[in-house]
Design a protein around this ligand. Sequence first.
Ligand code: PMP
Length: 464
Amino acid sequence: MPVLPSSLPSREAFEAAGRRLYAAEAALFEARRPKSAAARDSGAAGFAGGVPMHWMLDWPMPFPMIVAGACGVHLTDIDGNVLVDFCLGDTGAMFGHGPAPVVAAMAASATRGLTFMLPSADAAPVGALLAQHFGLSHWQVATTASDANRFALRAARAVTGRSRILVFDGCYHGTVEDTLVDLVDGATITRRSLIGQVADTGLTTVAVPFNDVGALAAALADGDIACVIAEPVMTNCSMILPAPGFHAELRRLTRAAGTLLLIDETHTLSTGPGGYTGAHGLEPDLMVMGKPVAGGVPAAVWGMSEAVAARFALVRDREEHGHSGIGTTLSGSALQLACLRACLSEVMTGATYAAMLRQAGRIEAGLASAIAALGLDWHVARVGARLEVVFRARPLLNAADARAAALPEAERALHLMLLNAGFLLTPFHDMVLVGPMVTDDEADGFVAAFAAAAGRLRQAAEML
Ligand code: PMP
């Protein structure tokens, strides 16, 4: 290994190096993908932007590679490139693509009818499994985590009779308008990237910095906040771990203010079969899980404590039935229930998580060693099977920290270098999700590819 100068290049040099390396890697990506390139050039007829969902254009790859298929943690594109998948559909396939019990449940469901807007026989076992995994007693099924959060917030407002909610700056809870805000110079404003928004979400939502107990206490003091919605570890603004004691304070303060606590475990389900909540003994009033909870089939769940469910039942009895703003036609379908049952009972097991956590630990240690060997002032943040590299030495405290630490160009270049080396990361801040089928060789190969890519980045930055 070359002897590296002890002082690091500037952040600007890393960014410029990132731009330069990205251009070279883009050429390699394209050369290996004539069929995907042809699809881009001909434009997939009928789709705006040539893709069925516009986020697919936001990857740090020159154009979307078209997937031929995926199995376990391997994904193959139509040009025959095979990748180890650490994105896993941005968590939808966290337990690997096509878990066998879920595939079997789908097949059985297909011949029995997919959707009735009536419960199937799987409803009772799924309710029991949810209570067993996550502790809360009363559950509802939605189709996306966005919807589940929207419904849970609506329930929280209904039972408390309060209109405002509190979020942590930098959060993402799906397309829930009320949560799409930013904290700018102490004011909560509608997130600038939100398209077509009319209502000023700053009027109904207050954002405070994560890990800031003082700001939280001040915001709750008026007693007009219906609900705090929080990821237990912030995973959508780089990765921000809770400071010691933060969750205990969050619970104490919300209880004192009569504010409900909604924990969104959609990403932190990477921690274990009961999510971060189960592993760390949190006591939420409401809980949301989406994405992988039915093994990749569109389904999400939201749960209520006994006390919230009792208050919710009163509201439901009081109001005129009809358009409640909660529930959608295909939610709670037989297909979803069958897949939830299979996933919760046969996939989300201790053994599956043990495999995920073992390899995540191996990768975390490997990346940390590579960072140290390269003399970089970066660190690895991790929540269970999910981890990412943060471009500064100290843990992040809040979103302002995360924004200051970001190196977007370097991040894009690392993403594409790793993709060209055979490893697919999540498009957003290069998040790594370690599925249960990852082998030692794949974990070590990924660490080696990261070391090589980060080394190239540093060397390119030195030369600027
Ligand atoms: N909650 C969290 C914490 C998320 O990260 C996301 C999506 N990234 C969602 C909710 C929304 O999930 P979906 O897009 O499946 O509705």
